[in-house]
Design a protein around this ligand. Sequence first.
Ligand code: GAR
Length: 200
Amino acid sequence: MRQVAILISGSGSNMAALIDDMARPGHPARPVLVVSSEPGAAGIARAEAAGVPAVALDHRAFAQRSEFEAALQARLEAAGADLLCLAGFMRILSGSFVERWRGRALNIHPSLLPRYPGLDTHARALAAGDREAGCTVHELTPELDAGPILGQARVPVLPDDTAAALAARVLRAEHRLYPAVLRRFAAGDRRPVLLSFPED
Ligand code: GAR
């Protein structure tokens, strides 16, 4: 049984989708900890309501990134985590931290990588005139949003889309994709999960 820690910074809707799926019988992983980089994140209460221990580690309370990461690592070890899921975690982790978790850490990104790494993915997809958008789950590597792809879900871009409308459509796809990838990955299967929601 893999022991999963989920890192968040915000509402935690992907975290909730992962926790819900792990509660189903026969799942090869269980959630042991949620860590938020933002003390006020709605995801903290959401994790606690689901019975998963949750802590806030305010990055502003640490003078250096290395100190924040040492505190994070200590929490992860104390919880017995052996698999990390970044779910809307908006801090960049250092190369040395990521190396320590290589092969044991996943991230979800709201674009069809390799298109649009970084921020403002939906506005950039609309500005480019893309007819299709989506999300990607990939292995965490030191280069931002560039690790091996473990799954993608595609949604249409609709004629009058705004970035907010597209983000909401992509987020619904994220909630389907991330649990499917975690389930497979935790069982030792790295074949990519490919989903498409053309009617959404
Ligand atoms: C999600 O759309 C996720 O893909 C994105 O933040 C949102 C978090 O929502 N992540 C990134 O942009 C990472 N660079 P959530 O807190 O409701 O899961």
